[in-house]
Design a protein around this ligand. Sequence first.
Ligand SMILES: [Fe+2]
Length: 229
Amino acid sequence: MKRSGVNEIILEGDAFIRSFGYILPPFAYWSPEEMKRRGAESAGVFDARLGWDITDYGQGKFEELGLFLFTVRNGRFEDMSKSAGMLYAEKIMISRRDQISPMHRHVIKAEDIINRGGGKLVLELFMPDTEGGIDAHAEVSVPVDGTIRRLPAGGLLKLDPGESVTLLPGVWHAFWGEGGDVLIGEVSTVNDDLTDNIFRDPIGRFSEIEEDVEPAHLLVSDYGRWLAR
Ligand SMILES: [Fe+2]
């Protein structure tokens, strides 16, 4: 993706989020220079990898295959083994109409995926087989706001604004917006995007950025190179 495209998606996404009355935290609007200046003082932002995460999964066709994410809060993955500490995370995301987030599962993370407004959110779901792969036959059973919904393997779960689904580790899921762009909330176990995403197809998790203009804001995937973190 070109950096100019990322800058534009951030602007559009911010306006879409605000249109629902959801306001991002102040660190969303720090410039790259301010992030560099803050360093240790705001290490909590960088170490938890909070912030903008615009991804085309490395495939260069964001409109068809992509997701807008902003990680608002995130705990410490190491604390999971202690069963104590900040073990939770929150993201706000946008799936555009017919824009696919590809089939994947998590090993550690349980997540509630919430339709916070806009179009319908469609999820294609499969249960894992004994090796963790896709079970092409097993009935899918997932809680939707506390009520179990049963679907055939690969069935489509459609969530209207206000509805949410709980996806336990192992459940395979792909999702997209139907009839319009969708504002999506994610409330989950602590999140490590570097290790805890297993995709069905061999794709990346982050975008390759072509630097045609200066970044308005850094992406989480820029922190390593730009901030040496
Ligand atoms: Fe997921």
